[in-house]
Design a protein around this ligand. Structure first.
Ligand SMILES: Nc1ncnc2c1ncn2[C@@H]1O[C@H](COP(=O)(O)OP(=O)(O)OP(=O)(O)O)[C@@H](O)[C@H]1O
Length: 227
């Protein structure tokens, strides 16, 4: 792809949740091989921005482009290039670790075999827990089940991770930090939120800082609803 077209571009994004305008006229672009950290205090809209980025919500105004095309038009072609791990992990309590990974890969259009799922679970330190019902795992282990996706779908160019280091022990934080750096330095894009100052040795880093929005008055809410 031509270097003149950014791989990812946010153009004049406006986001309202509930009665709060979280941000407006948000512009950002980056090329392949970039780590993007979204920073800001609690409630400023970091998770909301990630949800916009992966297409789970639509902005009130503006466009999100991937390789120069709107993600809402690309649909599956965009999802195939994406791994999104939200802070709720996306793991189902009643399923075993292996089943969760297999299903998440299937939903994400990156199907894998059971054998490969077990290899990925081993890489995140869950050898022996493959058949364990997720409800019976610790918070950190549940997080690891979700993060096994990054090994299973490492070819997906864009990783979007909401608070990926939460609940992980020191060794797992270091492993994940290295894995993220490796992905970025080999041409991927990783967008993450974190309140933890974890060093990640990516060659190119960008930060989007959210400062907090404003409450909308009744009059403005009426206008928003009429849009
Ligand atoms: N489903 C929802 N409906 C209405 N408002 C919501 C919803 N989810 C979040 N909000 C509001 O949007 C704002 C931003 O939430 P968001 O989760 O994006 O913030 P955040 O920066 O990720 O916060 P944190 O650092 O605490 O995780 C908050 O004020 C929150 O109350």
């Amino acid at each position: 792809m031509s270097q003149s077209v950014p791989q990812l571009e946010l153009k004049d994004i406006k986001c309202i949740r509930g009665e709060r305008l979280l941000f407006r006229k948000l512009n950002f672009s980056c090329q392949e091989g970039t780590l993007v950290r979204i920073s800001g205090p609690n409630g400023t809209g970091k998770t909301s921005l990630l949800r916009l980025l992966v297409g789970l919500m639509s902005p009130q105004e503006g466009k999100i482009l991937w390789g120069g095309q709107e993600i809402k038009k690309l649909k599956e072609d965009f999802w195939k290039e994406l791994v999104y791990i939200g802070h709720l992990n996306g793991v189902k309590d009643e399923l075993a670790a292996r089943e969760n990974l297999l299903i998440n890969c299937e939903i994400g259009e990156h199907p894998i075999t059971s054998e490969y799922a077990d290899e990925c679970l081993k890489k995140v330190g869950l050898e022996g827990f493959e058949d364990q019902i997720t409800r019976a795992l610790s918070q950190g282990q549940r997080r690891r089940v979700a993060l096994a996706r990054l090994y299973a779908s490492s070819h997906a160019k864009l990783w979007v991770l909401d608070e990926p280091f939460v609940a992980l022990d020191v060794a797992a934080v270091e492993n994940l930090s290295n894995q993220i750096a490796e992905h970025v330095n080999s041409g991927g894009i990783v967008i993450l939120t974190t309140h933890q100052e974890v060093p990640i040795s990516a060659n190119k880093k960008e930060v989007i800082t959210l400062k907090g929005g404003v409450w909308l008055g009744r009059h403005e809410m009426k206008k928003v609803k009429n849009v």
